[in-house]
Design a protein around this ligand. Structure first.
Ligand code: SAH
Length: 349
């Protein structure tokens, strides 16, 4: 089997080089080509001898993902459909903003969490992504950009639950923020979770990234209905883990709250949310529900959304209403299905 070097850290890459009869510095050279120069073939690695390049071609795999479709939204958002070597599909979304761009990447093919409002949940979990498959989404999209240096922000908010693929996600983030890796600032990498409490506790110890939590309700009854994970880790456990989460200076937790008409959008919900989060250094992203085929939930009218926001602001929270970027190409939150045809919920087994 060919070696998959993007899954290794710096010292493992040096060890691998030595195991192949190379010098440690040659391992560092290859690492630089992979992560900094975004090489797509060994032919590009011009500071390695021709013989070595030829040799490495047979021993090392560079591209694990294949882009099979690209769609561009009216607002500039781009969605990439990747095929994995075993035939599964994942999606990544590039969101250009005024002076920088954000990429939203997937951590699993499909998802096992079963959230009622999310299109990825419909297909169930296919499998975890490997370390390289997670990082390569960033590398391949960056390669295609006119100004690759503009890609400064990464959010693990695509398909899958990152903390359910804990080890690979931690290693991938490790190479994404390593100075001899992709060298992203830890301030610009955000991991979003549905609330796996044991892994949230581990995360705080293992690595520094921004944490976003998909909350979506302020009482257990509603949250358990929308997000089955809440039946295992109810709000008291979740909020208590978040109170203990180590936040570097001036950083904040992000809470995501999808607004769903008649389900979690009342004034009472807003007030209860304000109480629930009191004392947590946090900001709240309000996401009007993005509908997808086969879902019977809908987005509240704008007046209700604004009233919900007002109540949070009156309670001294930063609450921002997120525009649904890329919704015309199903690239917005909760709309990533990896190109699978979704069965209507009425026809599910
Ligand atoms: N599993 C992770 C990351 C994927 S979901 C998590 O739960 O956070 C990424 C974000 O999209 C979450 O905040 C989720 O609440 C939101 N989302 C999911 N479906 C949505 C929909 N139909 N409309 C709007 N936002 C949605």
């Amino acid at each position: 089997m060919k070696a998959d070097l993007k899954g290794l850290d710096a010292s493992e890459t040096e060890q691998w080089a030595v195991s192949q009869g190379l010098k440690p510095y040659q391992g560092r050279q290859i690492r630089r080509w992979l992560f900094k120069m975004l090489a797509s073939s060994f032919d590009e690695m011009t500071d390695l001898s021709k013989d070595l390049r030829k040799d490495l071609k047979d021993r090392v795999i560079i591209n694990l993902l294949e882009i099979v479709n690209t769609q561009q939204s009216k607002d500039g958002t781009k969605k990439y459909l990747f095929k994995l070597h075993d035939g599964h599909f994942i999606e990544s979304v590039l969101i250009p903003e005024e002076d920088h761009s954000t990429i939203c990447i997937s951590s699993q093919a499909g998802c096992a969490m079963g959230c009622l409002f999310c299109s990825t949940a419909r297909q169930g979990l296919k499998r975890n992504l490997t370390v390289s498959e997670i990082i390569e989404q960033v590398i391949q999209v960056r390669r295609l950009m006119d100004a690759p240096e503009r890609l400064t922000n990464i959010v693990l908010m695509g398909m899958g639950e990152p903390l359910a693929n804990y080890d690979s996600v931690i290693r991938a983030v490790g190479n994404i923020i390593a100075s001899d890796g992709m060298n992203f600032s830890t301030r610009k990498v955000t991991l979003s979770t549905c609330g796996l409490v044991p892994q949230i506790k581990m995360l705080g110890r293992d690595i520094t990234v921004n944490l976003a939590v998909s909350l979506n309700a302020s009482d257990d009854k509603t949250r358990s209905l929308l997000m089955p994970v809440n039946r295992i880790y109810p709000l008291t456990d979740l909020i208590s883990a978040l109170r203990d989460f180590p936040l570097p200076n001036r950083r904040m937790l992000t809470f995501e709250y999808i607004l769903i008409k008649g389900v979690n959008d009342s004034e009472q919900d807003a007030r209860r949310l304000a109480d629930l989060l009191s004392g947590l250094r946090s900001k709240i992203n309000l996401i009007p529900l993005n509908p997808f085929p086969g879902s019977d939930m809908s987005c509240p009218p704008m007046d209700d959304i604004l009233r919900f926001q007002d109540i949070l602001v009156e309670n001294h929270y930063t609450a921002i209403i997120r525009k649904g970027r890329g919704s015309d190409i199903s690239a917005a939150c909760g709309q990533l299905s990896g190109g699978y045809n979704l069965p209507h919920p009425g026809h599910r087994g």
